[in-house]
Design a protein around this ligand. Structure first.
Ligand code: ADP
Ligand code: MG
Length: 348
């Protein structure tokens, strides 16, 4: 269909979230079994108490990954991880994946077998079955889409919209390390392009590199919460950075929030990479805006404090505030900073 130039709106003027809203706002649900549609980490499907969770994630070459430093095995693993991470964010259990690839002749059979070796590894690790997909050709690089299917009981499903004022805000693992890994890989790529004999020394960055290249879905955290009988009041996975995800929770739960900078879990390797890159690069900026950590950000009722406070791998970083209050971070100097989402911008 030809575009009418007079009414052309640049995608860059919208940003990801406005674009999704604009495209999908006018889609009323026709079926009782479409229990929850667009707007959360997964759609929720089914009429009974036992629900099916569905999510799909796409990675495009040159945007979500760079073939010069992404081993295909890692790419396959990561593509499955990011889909399973959305099932974890709904407090569900993943069961199946479907994998679609668009690929050019630039890739050999052996290369694609490597991609599938990574897919198999992640499926085996999380007891998930590959049950379908699609294969097509592409002129502009590799595109991989993973659709994940999971299950959960209706009462245990965690939405982005369930947080209340005074709920504790928790996050798993650490933040900003994946982005630090990406910074290192990009730096080494530039050096390598200038001098093809250059041999990158990456051993000392192994943690941040693994966080970027081979993240894990935090299904272990979902299991740990289950064992303690804790059902979070809201949950989301950290794909775009803490600031963006906090704003989603606040927006959909109709609350504000207050998080404390000194409570954000940041690994010392993340801090080290930042200081190597530039004296102006702050680790907290990577935590807030870096993204791709695939940690879980969730809220629990204050009454769960005793049960959550010493749970391994969980950090309490703040609390939800009343409706209409802003989403803020308090610095160690007691300055209050309003959080802004960087998110994705259509700038390519
Ligand atoms: P996540 O970061 O968890 O993948 P997104 O921000 O990408 O979530 O998506 C937010 C919501 O919008 C999800 O419910 C997702 O299914 C939906 N969504 C995203 N892109 C599209 C699209 N092109 N068409 C329909 N729904 C979409
Ligand atoms: Mg998500």
């Amino acid at each position: 269909m030809a575009e009418n130039d007079e009414r052309r709106t640049e995608l860059s003027s919208l940003g990801e979230f406005a674009l999704i809203h604009r495209l999908t706002d006018d889609f009323p649900l026709h079926n009782d079994s479409s229990f929850r549609g667009i707007g959360d980490d997964c759609a929720v499907i089914g009429t009974g108490r036992h629900k099916t969770l569905v999510t799909t994630q796409t990675m495009a070459e040159g945007v979500a990954f760079d073939m010069t430093f992404t081993p295909l095995r890692h790419l396959g693993y990561k593509a499955v991880t990011i889909a399973l991470s959305n099932i974890a964010a709904m407090n569900g259990t993943p069961r199946q994946v479907l994998v679609s690839i668009a690929v050019s002749n630039r890739f050999s059979l052996e290369a694609l077998e490597e991609l599938y070796a990574g897919i198999r590894l992640c499926c085996d690790r999380y007891d998930v079955d590959l049950v379908g997909g699609d294969t097509s050709s592409s002129r502009s690089g590799l595109v991989i889409t993973v659709t994940a299917v999971g299950e959960a009981e209706e009462g245990a499903i965690t939405y982005r919209s369930g947080a209340h004022e005074k709920d504790l805000i928790c996050v798993s693992g650490d933040l900003g390390s994946a982005y630090s890994g990406l910074l290192i890989l990009e730096r080494e790529k530039v050096t390598f392009q200038a001098d093809p004999n250059f041999k990158p020394q990456l051993d000392e960055y192994s943690y941040v590199l693994e966080r970027y290249l081979k993240p894990e879905p935090r299904l272990d955290i979902v299991e740990r919460l289950r064992q303690r009988g804790i059902v979070p009041t809201s949950m989301i996975d950290v794909s775009d950075g803490l600031a963006s995800e906090l704003l989603h929770l606040c927006d959909l739960s109709e609350c504000g929030c207050e998080v404390y900078e000194e409570r954000l879990p940041i690994d010392y390797q993340t801090s080290r990479v930042c200081s190597e890159m530039s004296k102006n690069m702050l680790p907290v900026s990577n935590a807030l805006n870096g993204g791709e950590d695939y940690e879980l950000l969730f809220t629990v009722a204050q009454s769960d404090y005793e049960r959550i406070k010493d749970l391994e791998g969980i950090h309490i970083i703040g609390y939800m505030t009343e409706k209409g209050a802003p989403a803020v971070m308090v610095t160690p100097q007691n300055t209050t900073i309003t959080l802004r989402a960087q998110g994705w911008q259509a700038n390519v």
